[in-house]
Design a binder for this molecule. Sequence first.
Ligand SMILES: NC(=O)c1ccc[n+]([C@@H]2O[C@H](COP(=O)([O-])OP(=O)(O)OC[C@H]3O[C@@H](n4cnc5c(N)ncnc54)[C@H](OP(=O)(O)O)[C@@H]3O)[C@@H](O)[C@H]2O)c1
Length: 333
Amino acid sequence: MGSRFMEFSVCTGTVRKYGYLSGIAVGVPTNLWPIPVDTVPTFIISISVPVHWRLMASTKLKTVLITGCSGGGIGAGIAQELANQGHHVFATARDISKIPTELSSLSNVTILRLDVTSQPSITEAVENVTTVTERIGSAGLDVLVNNAGYGYSMPLLDVDIEKAKALYDTNVWGPVRMVQAFCDVLAANKGRVVMISSAGAAVNTPWIGAYCSSKAALTNISETMRLELAPLGISVITAMVGIVQTNFAQNVGSSDATLPSDSRYLVIKDFIFNPKSIENSTGGAKINDLARALVGDILTKEGGGMVWRGYKAGSNYFLTENRGLDVFLKSLQ
Ligand SMILES: NC(=O)c1ccc[n+]([C@@H]2O[C@H](COP(=O)([O-])OP(=O)(O)OC[C@H]3O[C@@H](n4cnc5c(N)ncnc54)[C@H](OP(=O)(O)O)[C@@H]3O)[C@@H](O)[C@H]2O)c1
């Protein structure tokens, strides 16, 4: 591997990995070789240009704040990818000891404590971002990624309303608070808001109704903000994220893994709280792959609306109302 932005490689007949464009490839057809092919490796010499190199060529380095950057999660994955590309990243978490050292040790990463349910915490973050961006000559913030969020597994008949309200306070009102507070610094740079929603917002899934409805509310709010913030020059994009291999399911399970003793669903308790039946599973996308898929959405200035990213996000899109199969079935009636 060469530098991050230009790669020269010699590899043994492997296909270039997702996210990379093959620029020049020189191959020697093995059937023309004077010796049996299994006695030597098949060499393909290639110069590859990563997709983000094209972005780097057309955009300046950006300042990006991401909420919820605990290790092993999507936020930390996005932060690492952007920081590796040279952008200035504000990696935030409500417990900063959970931010991986690999990220916090980088000179272009500023670590901030930030709880999206706490107005004083958000106000302090705005002040810190203003100070740092002025120091590095950026003046405003280019991108706000609202990633922080968590789940709640519980049949709706048994949902604890106070817990559901707390969930909405983080997943719905947290991003709204963030946009309200960071509006001025975003507008200064004609910036961008990226909302991390869920494909679950569009697919009605038993036992996680409180969570999915919070993401549906976020999606609706995000799409409305897209219209309301456009006159300020701020674009808004909503990432409808499919299943990703993170600690999400474990965090959901540990938050509340018991049914009330009079629940009508006691006989299927184990199914309801099985992480694989929640939203996450071992079959999900890898964090790094999702982060790379989102980089273009984050760094581009133009365009907004809903994008579907990650494992099974596309098929969920296809199955949702008024699309794909739905349209096909209606055409048969
Ligand atoms: N994993 C999936 O399959 C999937 C699919 C679709 C969408 N999503 C969404 O992706 C986002 C990231 O989830 P993840 O999968 O990476 O899960 P994760 O590993 O559990 O990360 C969630 C992050 O949000 C933080 N957080 C929770 N409440 C917060 C608050 N009040 N203030 C600030 N930070 C807070 C958590 O902090 P602590 O570590 O301190 O709890 C953690 O850093 C969430 O919005 C989730 O809904 C995930």
